[in-house]
Each structure stands twice: as C-alpha cells, then as structure tokens.
Design a protein around this ligand. Structure first.
Ligand code: CO
Length: 166
C-alpha cells in the first residue's frame, strides 16, 4: 500500500526518473495514487509523494471522480503572464503559502498507453501541474512561496527537525 510521504522526509527532495515501461504495474500505481489523492482530498499528486521515484503525476477534477495521469510531463512554454495563488500540499498538511505561477503553459507528456500528447493548459489546472512537476524535481511550494499564509509555526518546527537529522 502506498502512503503519503510528508516533509521533511528527504524522499521528497529526490529527482524522479523517467517512466520507461508503460505496463500494467504502472496502471496499478496510477490507480492507487488516485485513490490516495481522493481519500486525502487533494487535486494533484506526484510519484515522490508516495515514494514512487518515477515521473508520474495525477491530476483530479474537483467535482467528478475523474483523473488524468501525466507521464514524463514536460512544460515547453510558460506564459510571462503570472498570477499569485494560495497553495497547499498533501506532503505539508496544514501549511499554505502564496506562490506565483504562469497562467498558461504548454505541456508535453505520455499517457498510460505510451501515447505522446501535447496540451495547452490554463487556470487552476496549469497551477496544479506546475506544482506537481516541481515535485518530480525535488522542489516544494515552500521553496517558491512569497509568503506562508498559514502554518508558519508548524513549518518552523519541521525545518528544525530537518536540521537536527542532518
Ligand atoms: Co504538493
């Protein structure tokens, strides 16, 4: 069973490896990731967050039991037009912060069948995808946040814990 890895676990700081086999096992992982995301009320989840060291992200729709799996996702265009929004993360419960992201992106990725897909994305979905791809590169929203809006005390405590472990 997969479970959510929480900050400051160093697993979250690893760079995930490219998916190379689009097989049944990968589909199973995607399904399990979706179930965890749904249970924990998230709208996006990246492999490293459940100790899967592969470039896989899952994006769910808020109001429907549907989801999309993006494998080896790569942003090929970031709009210069940016917007600041409040973000949270299943790996950093109770912590929120303001992050500036491009409003529009162009995305290249593979689906579970190994088909190469290109998509233009805007709005909340674009924000979530940028957040999740950061996870694949060991980057967390707290690294980019201009301001922590909620949970600063908790974050300080966790950072202390990290320093003591190093
Ligand atoms: Co996250």
């Amino acid at each position: 069973m997969l479970k959510i890895i929480e900050y400051p676990n160093i697993i979250l700081r690893k760079t995930a490896q490219a998916v190379t086999s689009f097989d049944a096992q990968l589909k199973e992982v995607a399904k399990e990731m979706y179930n965890i995301m749904l249970t924990d009320d998230g709208i996006g989840l990246a492999g490293p967050q459940v100790n899967i060291n592969q470039r896989i992200i899952i994006i769910g729709k808020l109001d429907a039991k549907e989801y999309t799996v993006y494998l080896n996702p790569e942003i090929t265009y970031f709009s210069k037009d940016k917007e600041i929004g409040e973000e949270g993360c299943l790996s950093l419960p109770h912590i929120f912060g303001l992050v500036k992201r491009s409003k529009k992106i162009h995305l290249k990725y593979y689906d579970l069948e190994g088909n190469k897909i290109k998509e233009k994305i805007k709005g909340l979905k674009a924000t979530v995808i940028q957040h999740e791809i950061d996870h694949l590169n060991g980057i967390l929203f707290i690294d980019k946040a201009e301001e922590i809006t909620r949970g600063q005390d908790l974050l300080d405590k966790l950072k202390n814990k990290l320093e003591k472990n190093v």
